[in-house]
Ligand binder design. Structure first.
Ligand SMILES: Nc1ncnc2c1ncn2[C@@H]1O[C@H](COP(=O)(O)OP(=O)(O)OP(=O)(O)O)[C@@H](O)[C@H]1O
Ligand SMILES: [Mg+2]
Length: 246
C-alpha cells in the first residue's frame, strides 16, 4: 500500500499500541516529519488496523491543524466518539464533564492529527483532561514540529519519518505513473522518469503528485517538458529559500 519505510513504522506503532504496560493510564506516541512524508497516511492505517480496532473500546480521530483552542479540542474529541451529546453553547466545565463521561474509564485510542501548538503549558492542560482513563489508553500525535514531538512523547515513543531512498522513490513512482506498476518498454521514459523522481527529493507527496500527472502519458515530449518545468520550479524555489550571495 505504501513505501516500505512506512510499513516498518506501522508495525512499530501498532506493537506500542497493543503493549500492556507502564504506570500511566494514557501514554503518548508521536510521529514527526516535514510535510508530505506520510504521517497522516501512517496514522490512518494504524487507526484502521483490525487488531487495533479490537484492542480499544473507543477510537477517536481529531484533526487539530492550526486550531489548538482547548475548548474546541475537547469538543472535537467528544464529537469523534459515538455519543448523543449536544455540545452547543457549553462552557468549559460542562465540556470537561461530558468528556469524562465519554472516556469514562474506557481504554481508548485518540489520534490528534497535524498538531502545531508548541506551548507546553497548553499541552499539559490537555493531558490532564484526557489522562483519566483506563490503563493502556493511547494518544498518537502527528506533527511537523520536533519540539512538539519532544514535549508530548518520550524519546522511545517518538518516530521521526525519513525521506524515501532512491529505490523506494522509484518503486512508488512506478506504481503511480505506469499501468500495473510496470516499467514501460521505452527506455527513454524510464530515464526521464528517474530524473524527475530525483527532483522529488524522496518526498512521497511530490512523487505521487507528479506520477499521477504522467499516468497513461506515452509521449516522450510531454515527459521532457514536465521534467524541464519541474527543474525550473525547483531552481526558482531554491533561489527564494537561499538567495545567492554576491
Ligand atoms: N511512504 C509513502 N508511500 C506512498 N505514498 C505516500 C507515502 N507517504 C505519503 N504518501 C502520499 O503522500 C500524500 C501525503 O501524505 P500525508 O498527508 O500522510 O503526509 P503528512 O506527513 O501527513 O503531511 P502534512 O505534514 O502536510 O500533514 C498522501 O496522499 C499519500 O498518498
Ligand atoms: Mg498530515
Amino acid at each position: 500500500m505504501f513505501g516500505y519505510n512506512l510499513t516498518y513504522y506501522r508495525l512499530a506503532i501498532i506493537s506500542m499500541l497493543l503493549l500492556e504496560s507502564g504506570e500511566d493510564n494514557v501514554s503518548l506516541i508521536a510521529v514527526v516529519s516535514i510535510g508530505g512524508l506520510g504521517k497522516t497516511m501512517l496514522a490512518k492505517s494504524v487507526f484502521n488496523d483490525e487488531q487495533v480496532q479490537k484492542h480499544f473500546q473507543l477510537k477517536m480521530w481529531v484533526c487539530v491543524s492550526d486550531d489548538f483552542d482547548l475548548k474546541q479540542i475537547v469538543a472535537k474529541i467528544i464529537k469523534a466518539a459515538p455519543n448523543d451529546k449536544n455540545l452547543e453553547n457549553l462552557e468549559m466545565e460542562q465540556l470537561q464533564k461530558s468528556l469524562r463521561e465519554v472516556l469514562g474509564g474506557k481504554r481508548y485510542f485518540l489520534v490528534l492529527d497535524d498538531v502545531w501548538e508548541e506551548n507546553r503549558a497548553k499541552w499539559l492542560e490537555l493531558e490532564e483532561l484526557i489522562i483519566d482513563s483506563a490503563k493502556g489508553s493511547r494518544v498518537l500525535v502527528t506533527t511537523r514540529s520536533k519540539r512538539i514531538a519532544d514535549c508530548t512523547a518520550s524519546k522511545d515513543q517518538s518516530h521521526a519519518l525519513g525521506i524515501l531512498n532512491e529505490d523506494q522513490s522509484w518503486t512508488l513512482f512506478k506504481r503511480v505513473a505506469f499501468k500495473s506498476g510496470q516499467e514501460p518498454e521505452n527506455s527513454n521514459l524510464v530515464k526521464i522518469g528517474k530524473e524527475i523522481v530525483g527532483r522529488c527529493k524522496g518526498i512521497p507527496l511530490a512523487i505521487r503528485t507528479i506520477g499521477n500527472l504522467l499516468y497513461g502519458e506515452n509521449l516522450e515530449s510531454k515527459w521532457l517538458t514536465l521534467n524541464k518545468e519541474f527543474s525550473e520550479i525547483r531552481q526558482a524555489s531554491e533561489g527564494v529559500l537561499c538567495p545567492p550571495l554576491d
